[in-house]
Each structure stands twice: as C-alpha cells, then as structure tokens.
Write a protein that binds this ligand. Structure first.
Ligand SMILES: [Zn+2]
Ligand SMILES: [Zn+2]
Length: 284
C-alpha cells in the first residue's frame, strides 16, 4: 500500500488547475488535493511579465508549494509551473509546453519533481493593426475556445493589458486600443497560457499529474521511499555502422527521492543503435 492513501496535500494554484491535478492523484494514490487558492502566486512572477520570475521553474514551483503548506498547515504540498516556447532540442520553430509538477513531503523530507514536454500547445503570438491581420493566427491559437492576451507591441503600459480575451468584440476593441497606444501602431496579441482559459494546457497538466501519481506509487528498490522514477537520460547511443557514440539517448537513469541509489535502464523504445545520419563520424 502506498503511504499517501487517505492523506491530504495542499495545492497552491490560482488558475483553476485543481480538477486536472486532483483526479489522477485521487484515483492512483487515494491522495486528496486541497486547493489553496487565496495565495497570490503572481508575487512569484507573472506570465505577462509585470513581475519577473526569479529562479528555475522547479525553484519557483517549490516556493509556491511551500506557500500552500504554510497557509494550510499541511506537511504535503503541490505546485505546477509551465514554461512555453521553442525547444532547442526539438525544433526552433515548434512551440512546446513544458509542464512541471513538484510534490513536497516534509514528513519524509523529499521533493519529487515530474515533468512533461509536449508539442501539443497553442502557444504563439502575432502583431496586428486590426482584426484582419490575425486570420491564420487565431486558428492556430484556437480562439475563441482558448483565450488571448492583448497589449501594445512596444511594451507593457498601465491600463493596456487585456487578459482572458475570449470573444471577437472584446478582441477587436483591445487590438484597436493597444495599436493606437503603441509607438509602432501595432497591438501584440499572444495566447493566454493561464490554465483556466487554456484547455490544451489543462490536458498536458493532467497528463503530468498522471505521471506524478504513478511515480509516487513507485518506491525505491533500495530504501522503499516513494517517488522512484527517471531522473535524467544519458546520450551516447552507438552508431550502427561505426559504433561511435552519438548525441541520441542511450539509457535512462532512474533514481530515488531520498537515497543515492540509481539504476540505468535501456531506452523504453528498445532502440540499440543510432542511424549513421545522427553519427558525428559518418555524417559530420
Ligand atoms: Zn557512424
Ligand atoms: Zn532510496
């Protein structure tokens, strides 16, 4: 039996991620999620950049989880942090959604981090003088089922940030006003990545929560602490012609949240060799 059955964890979130995260944790672990919604997580930084985020996404998420643990008095805490943009390892032109979920257990003294990198995202932006300039972008952005944020293209100005825009009338008005307010006459229209107005992001968060739940249900083979899972991957898959080590992933390293025990496992897809096209010797 896993140690979290019948327990309650705090979840620090303002943007309605409660359902996406709590269901998998309840189903897989029997762990109840108590949403701490009154904490102003914007103090840790905002998506729109009014307040800059300090630290790595996991550092921000751990601070966020601790805020909820303090306000609820619970020794267990959860928080999510998403980052968006082109991913250098995949393609500079393909936007990605990198979701991270952090679980803090102060009784066991462990922090378990699970993440998911997905190419399924509407993330993007476009500049416009009027609604007419936005035609193909609005389809990519999945508007109006997904919200937009409009601001002047030359920067943030007080009173000219329109968040959570989900209808054409508001969008047209916001674009007009922000275009006039910008020195270059353009409005900056970007996807609103806050989870409660972005169903695609909700889906990736739910997927990440499923992974976290499975990880917390898996204990370390050496010491029995929950949270056993992949901690990093190592490159070096050999070329099938000359056996030179390539940049492709050779094996996954699994580790414990508490002790130093690790295990190396071969790639989950069973691949043992890289194609010569990936080889620094055969295809320099
Ligand atoms: Zn080779
Ligand atoms: Zn261990």
């Amino acid at each position: 039996m896993n140690p979290y059955r019948g327990r309650t964890t705090a979840l620090t979130t303002k943007h309605g991620k409660g359902r996406a995260i709590s269901r998998p944790l309840r189903m897989v672990l029997g762990l109840t999620v108590q949403v701490e919604a009154k904490i102003d997580t914007d103090l840790l930084g905002t998506f729109t950049g009014e307040i800059e985020r300090v630290g790595t996404p996991s550092e921000v998420a751990i601070r966020k989880a601790r805020l909820g643990m303090e306000s609820s008095g619970l020794p267990l805490g959860l928080a999510n942090e998403g980052s968006f943009g082109p991913h250098p390892a995949i393609s500079l032109f393909m936007p990605t959604d990198h979701e991270m979920l952090v679980f803090v257990d102060d009784e066991l003294g462990i922090i378990v981090v699970e993440s998911c990198l997905s190419a399924e995202t509407n993330y993007g932006y476009h500049t416009a003088r009027s609604l007419n300039d936005l035609e193909p972008f609005l389809r990519q952005a999945k508007f109006p089922s997904h919200a937009l944020i409009v601001r002047p293209n030359d920067g943030l100005k007080k009173g000219f940030v329109f968040k959570g825009v989900i209808d054409f009338v508001t969008l047209e008005d916001a674009v007009k006003r922000c275009a006039v307010a910008s020195a270059d006459g353009l409005a900056h229209v970007g996807t609103d990545m806050r989870a409660h107005v972005n169903p695609t992001r909700q889906k990736i968060i739910r997927h990440t929560a499923c992974r976290l739940a499975r990880r917390l249900a898996t204990s370390c083979p050496a010491c029995g602490t929950p949270g056993w899972g992949r901690i990093r991957s190592e490159p070096g898959l050999p070329c099938e012609f000359c056996h030179t080590a390539t940049e492709m992933i050779k094996q996954e390293i699994f580790g414990c949240a508490r002790c130093r025990y690790t295990e190396a496992k071969p790639r989950s897809d069973g691949r043992q060799y890289a194609e010569p096209g990936q080889c620094p010797y055969c295809n320099p």
